[in-house]
Design a protein. Sequence first.
Length: 328
Amino acid sequence: MTGVDNNQRAVFFGPEGDTSWSLRRLSQGIPDYQHHDIDIRDRGGILRLIEAERPAVIVHTAAQPSHDRAAAIPFDDFDTNATGTLNLLEAARRWAPEAPFIHMSTNKVYGDRPNQLALVENETRWDFADPEYQRGIPETLSIDQSLHSLFGASKVASDVMVQEYGRYFGMPTCALRGGCLTGPNHSGVELHGFLSYLIRCNLTGKEYTVFGYKAKQVRDNIHSEDVARFMLAFARNPRCGEVYNLGGGRDNSCSMLEAFALAAEVSGRQQVWTYKEKNRTGDHICYYSDLSKMKAHYPDWSITKSLKQTVLEIAESWSSRLHAAQGQ
Ligand SMILES: NC(=O)c1ccc[n+]([C@@H]2O[C@H](COP(=O)([O-])OP(=O)(O)OC[C@H]3O[C@@H](n4cnc5c(N)ncnc54)[C@H](O)[C@@H]3O)[C@@H](O)[C@H]2O)c1
């Protein structure tokens, strides 16, 4: 197994985004793991790597993943998300055209279009008013003519390019439009990875800031293992140029208020939080994925990790990581 990561997350987000601890875990835990510290913007480096490796499957998850950060570093954002993806796709077309190419896209490709849907306000969350969206947002929602943020726009570019290599060249590609992907190994920071960061704040007593929507904005959470299980299902039985909305669906969704309650239930500590009236630009008020298409194409796949289980695992992981850091 070969991995590519240049720890750019530490450059994007500072020391708290450092992922080298995860690399150490991979290197120690997977005997044949080979790591390459290549920047996916390095076209020559990526072409040479794929030519040498001729991988059987390519899973592309490297990205600049934050809206707010993208506005500060637009060149780095676009070069990483759009051009980096093109480098990988073209390398795959030249040297591994039969390899299933699985790209992590994002639900932000829909921009703020979900905010134009009619909503109802419940006691702890917003929800879709129209029965058509009772199961969540389907892949048929338009990605056009809405506010995306620069990050959303660079991810649209890569999402469409991944589809194009599938449709134009007949390659087995898919773009997974992720909701909130998380799990025990996430290095959540304020600008990205809300559930991981929220639980870290809960455990350390740090104040968590909510931006707008009465703290009732709804997030679509999926455990990384369920993400990986879907990738495996696609790799075993790939299709060309597909898109899927990959989230936890309605059952694994939660609002901020509900996340605070769940974190408190798991840790026994009340969340310390503060509220700012102004919402983050383009932030979804309510988003959860309609999983019907994924289940129809891959009937053996389903969500196996509940939201509570996910929160428990994140809390355990942070406890041991924070404990280890104190001991250093
Ligand atoms: N976590 C989420 O909630 C979420 C939601 C929707 C979509 N996604 C998408 O899933 C993917 C993974 O997200 P994540 O949360 O694991 O993010 P992450 O920041 O934890 O992981 C991305 C990794 O890519 C690496 N990287 C960044 N730029 C690179 C470059 N130029 N060359 C080589 N490596 C580079 C980073 O060091 C980091 O380890 C991204 O494409 C993201 O847009 C994530």
